[in-house]
Design a protein. Structure first.
Length: 639
């Protein structure tokens, strides 16, 4: 069943074509990713689908029975409600049904002496009960709490007023409400913005299991790999469809580009061959040869010429080349600590970095990653410990806030002022490699987009010729093609890289070692992000917990393993018992509802009261069981 069908859709703004003749469909329960460079019209397409703007031509078909949910990229919410109460509004009709059922139960009990009124009340009650059950009313409280926890809210934050939240937290409230509404078609524009890694992983599982269809715009390639079954690629005003996730799309796109390039080269070769033959015939100057030349020229003119193959657009071209080679040991950190007054940021960090390593630094927000970089760069002083740089180490920094760019300068002055020996042509050539052309060179930096500032900062980093790069979230604001260009440049970099990033796809391609910064210090994992996940999920991580070497240690290790297995078996047993109890309680509730509909019950006030009391008690224990089941599932998934 199609939940969305687009046919020959076109849109222009002030004479500039955004896209034309787009056609595609989305099926029920299908998960589809929409990708393309910044400015190709992805968000414009979503605005058309949600009737915020109209298309110039073409049609959008969404069946009337299909409910559409839309998550904008930049959202805002104003509410005096607590986080919990704001999200609870999603289930307002269900909670109202529950209140109506309680009122009807009391009314039925009160009207037991008037049997002529009871059939109408019982009919209303039976209808409400059926609707409540179909709406999964018994589980909505557990779903609500699970969604808030999954998106990173603590129990203490449930009661916090929405108006006191940060912008990122408000976005997560909006996302929670949208997911719990369970629209038949979900349109999501950059849903992983403002989420940490744990929340993104939770969202990935939620989307995979989502009962409706999802069409998602995302620059998070790892997220796309984990969630979608098809990629729609919007480029050059056209739309192409590729089966599979983002990594599959990259393979398909590369094959398509290679095939187009091959066909283009064959056609160019044939065109040149025909042009040589035409010149030869014309040079002979005979009537026959001239006729042959004209005939071939007509054939050549009628040939449908292929455009030069282009992989999306002129990509950013960068190459990091150290001016000098550093020593083998680049950085030594010993017992490093940092506090602000009584607030401890991190304590007793110890690690070393070596030449040509590419280290990815990860960890939850607020754990001190950027603070660590500021200490290494000498911007702030450590509270204790030592920072020792190796021989001939020349460091340069990419700051995600781009504080090293002067907002009052133009693009060309920002580069020229720091490189006064460059001539006009070299400056223009360098800026063109980073997609700055023509009048763009004279834009003030303050007026640039996030992506433009990021490209300019990368150009400055490249020109530093440093042999040690410290980069803080370098892929933020970059489109997919620019991310790929950056990754390729860093993978061929002959220096040392230390990078903070939440971009798991980037870390998978670039990192040779992962540092996981937690409240307990830094753990090192030799490999990329997938390797880190694999090792993190192992019960015993040999790289963190050394293998015991004596009899006493071996015995203790065996006992620990045995205790862990025993604990897991007990948890699984508890989970099964909870599931059985939930099934029994749901059946008991159904039975109580059925009993309340019986004439011999609703005409007997005392019996009706007792059953009603049992019903309320069973519903309360069911909610407790559902809550316990949710918590136990989360514990088992973490393990």
């Amino acid at each position: 069943m199609k939940v969305l069908n687009i046919s020959q859709l076109s849109k222009s703004f002030v004479g500039e074509t955004i896209f034309e003749n787009l056609s595609f469909s989305v099926n029920h329960r299908e998960k589809v990713g929409l990708v393309g460079s910044n400015g190709t019209g992805k968000t414009t397409l979503f605005r058309i689908l949600t009737n915020q703007i109209s298309a110039d031509s073409g049609s959008v078909m969404i069946p009337k029975t299909i409910r559409v949910g839309y998550l904008k990229q930049n959202t805002h919410i104003t509410s005096e409600n607590s986080v919990y109460d704001e999200v609870r509004e999603v289930f307002a009709p269900i909670f109202q049904m529950e209140e109506d059922m309680r009122e009807l139960e009391h009314e039925i009990a009160a009207q037991s002496a008037h049997p002529d009124l009871l059939p109408r009340l019982m009919e209303r009650y039976a209808h409400l009960q059926d609707t409540y059950t179909k709406a999964n009313g018994y589980a909505c409280e557990s779903e609500l709490r699970g969604a808030l926890r999954g998106l990173g809210f603590s129990e203490e934050e449930f009661s916090k007023p929405v108006n006191q939240l940060s912008g990122g937290q408000k976005s997560r409230v909006i996302l929670a409400k949208l997911l719990l509404e369970k629209a038949d078609l979900l349109l999501m524009d950059e849903p992983t913005n403002h989420l940490d890694l744990a929340a993104i992983e939770w969202l990935e599982k939620y989307i995979r299991d989502y009962p409706g269809a999802v069409l998602v715009i995302s620059h998070d390639r790892y997220f796309l790999d984990a969630t979608v079954q098809r990629i729609l690629h919007l480029h050059h005003q056209q739309l192409d469809s590729f089966p599979g996730n983002y990594s599959d799309f990259i393979v398909h796109r590369q094959k398509l580009y290679a095939e187009l390039e091959k066909r283009y080269m064959i056609q160019q070769k044939e065109i040149k061959r025909q042009e040589v033959m035409i010149r030869d015939f014309m040079d002979r100057k005979s009537a026959r040869s001239i006729r042959q030349a004209k005939s071939r020229q007509k054939m050549l003119d009628r040939m449908k010429k292929m455009d030069t193959p282009s992989s999306e657009q002129d990509n950013m071209k960068l190459r990091f080349s150290p001016r000098i080679k550093s020593g083998n040991e680049v950085l030594q950190i010993s017992d490093l600590s940092k506090s602000y007054g009584d607030q401890e940021i991190f304590r007793d960090l110890n690690f070393s970095l070596y030449r040509q390593e590419r280290i990815g630094l990860i960890g939850p927000n607020g754990v001190g990653k950027t603070t660590l970089f500021r200490v290494l760069l000498g911007e702030i002083l450590q509270s204790a410990g030592e920072v020792t740089f190796g021989h001939h180490v020349h460091a340069a920094h990419f700051d995600q806030e781009h504080t090293n760019l002067n907002p009052n300068k133009t693009i060309v002055d920002e580069i020229w002022d720091e490189n006064p020996t460059f001539d006009h042509y070299r400056i223009r050539s360098l800026l063109a490699r980073f997609l700055f052309f023509g009048d763009d060179l004279f834009k003030e930096i303050d007026a640039l987009s996030g992506g433009e500032k990021a490209r300019l900062a990368l150009l400055k980093l490249m020109l530093s010729e440093a042999n040690f790069l410290l980069m803080d979230e370098p892929t933020n604001h970059l489109d997919l093609e620019s991310k790929e260009a950056l990754e390729n440049a860093l993978m061929h970099y002959d220096g040392t890289l230390f990078v903070i990033s939440h971009d798991r796809y980037f870390l998978n391609r670039v990192a040779t070692r992962i540092f996981d910064l937690t409240d307990h210090g830094i753990k090192s994992y030799m490999g990329n992000y997938n390797y880190y996940l694999e090792k993190k999920n192992e019960i015993v991580d040999a790289s963190v917990d050394p293998i015991p070497t004596n009899k006493t240690a071996l015995k203790a290790e065996r006992k620990r393993k045995k205790d862990e297995e025993k604990k897991k078996r007990q948890q699984r047993k508890n989970l099964q018992e909870l599931e059985n109890a939930i099934t029994e309680k749901e059946a008991a509730i159904e039975d109580y509802h059925s009993q309340l509909c019986l004439e011999e019950v609703y005409t007997d006030p005392e019996r009706s009261r007792l059953i009603h009391q049992s019903l309320e008690e069973t519903e309360a224990t069911l909610n407790e069981a559902l809550e316990a089941w949710t918590e136990l599932i989360e514990i088992l998934e973490e393990e």
